[in-house]
Ligand binder design. Structure first.
Ligand code: SAM
Length: 296
């Protein structure tokens, strides 16, 4: 199958015809959600909400819309993530701008947000630290849902921080989030206290990256994925350094992969500064987050 629809023989390229052509095309190029992808791309090309495709099934596309759609489909067929193609992604009910400089926010990460919100609710003005903020989705979702929270968000990547700042402004929480550039805790004043430290760090083992879906492997930032030989390089450092920045009874939440749960529990226990160590599961019942409470 070629990368562009054949020239129509008589019939116009309506919404329905474009979808009928695009869905099997994307499927044959490895998309796991070809209908959803096709609909999101077509809505983007037409500049309309996705729901409107259904009420406009018989409407032809303009030449310009077809040209835009042709380019989007070609790039999606080459495994470019839909979120990068349309420039945004929904996370925890909020719309985030995303570019190739940031990881695409994942529904898996909502497990961490739900747990964090529960812990922050009873606190008057909780201080929250998000390490490896990327698009800012964790820091911003917490700032939006916990209007009393003051948040610090750190990332090594300046381009990622620029996107995170944009997202904070878009959601009107820029005045409650301080963005810092640097390596984990390095940009913070020594032992600054936090009630919650949250992180979705890079946690894929380096060798495993080549086995990931092309969407992730070819397009998402390597620095957002690569957790070193066993995937735990950053997690080890977070566990070792966080106690200096947590108030007594302060909480550490780290997103992990299912296979890492046991090793990470051992690291937390061996550290000696934590109580209440637990693994939380995501909606698919997979271990997804470790929680630990600073002793004291
Ligand atoms: C898995 S992504 C998470 C992004 C976002 N928090 C999310 O949940 O979608 C990890 C992020 O950590 C950042 N990062 C990697 N190593 C870091 C380090 N040593 N210090 C600070 N940030 C780091 C990457 O640039 C990337 O934005």
């Amino acid at each position: 199958m070629s990368d562009t629809p054949p020239t129509p023989a008589g019939d116009a390229w309506t919404v329905k015809r474009i979808l009928d052509w695009t869905i099997p095309h994307l499927k044959s190029h490895g998309s796991e959600s070809p209908r959803l992808d096709a609909e999101i791309l077509l809505a983007h090309a037409r500049g309309c909400p996705r729901i409107q495709l259904y009420t406009n099934f018989d409407q032809p596309l303009t030449d310009e819309q077809r040209a835009v759609m042709r380019d989007l489909v070609k790039r999606r067929a080459a495994a470019e993530p839909v979120a990068y193609l349309v420039g945004h992604r929904e996370f925890f009910g909020l719309d985030f701008r995303v570019t190739k400089d940031v990881l695409v926010p994942r529904p898996d990460t909502e497990t961490l947000i739900v747990e964090a919100i529960e812990g922050l609710k009873p606190l008057a003005q909780p201080r929250v630290l998000d390490i490896g903020t990327g698009s800012g989705c964790i820091a911003i979702a917490l700032a939006v849902r916990c209007p009393q929270a003051v948040v610090t968000a750190v990332d090594l990547s300046e381009p990622a921080l620029a996107i995170a700042r944009e997202n904070a402004a878009k959601h009107n929480v820029a005045d409650r989030i301080r963005f810092l550039s640097g390596d984990l805790f390095a940009p913070l004043p020594d032992a600054e206290p936090f009630d919650l430290i949250a992180s979705n760090p890079p946690y894929i083992a380096s060798a495993e990256i080549e086995t990931l879906q092309p969407d992730v492997r070819l397009h998402e930032p390597r620095s957002a994925l690569d957790g070193g030989p066993d995937g735990l390089d950053i997690i080890r450092r977070l566990i070792a350094e966080a106690p200096r920045y947590l108030v007594p009874q302060g909480k550490l939440l780290i997103e992990i992969s299912g296979e890492q749960a046991e090793a990470v529990m051992q690291l937390l226990t061996a550290n000696g500064s934590y109580d209440g160590i637990a693994v939380l599961k995501d909606l698919a019942k997979q271990p997804r987050v470790v929680r630990a409470v600073r002793k004291g």
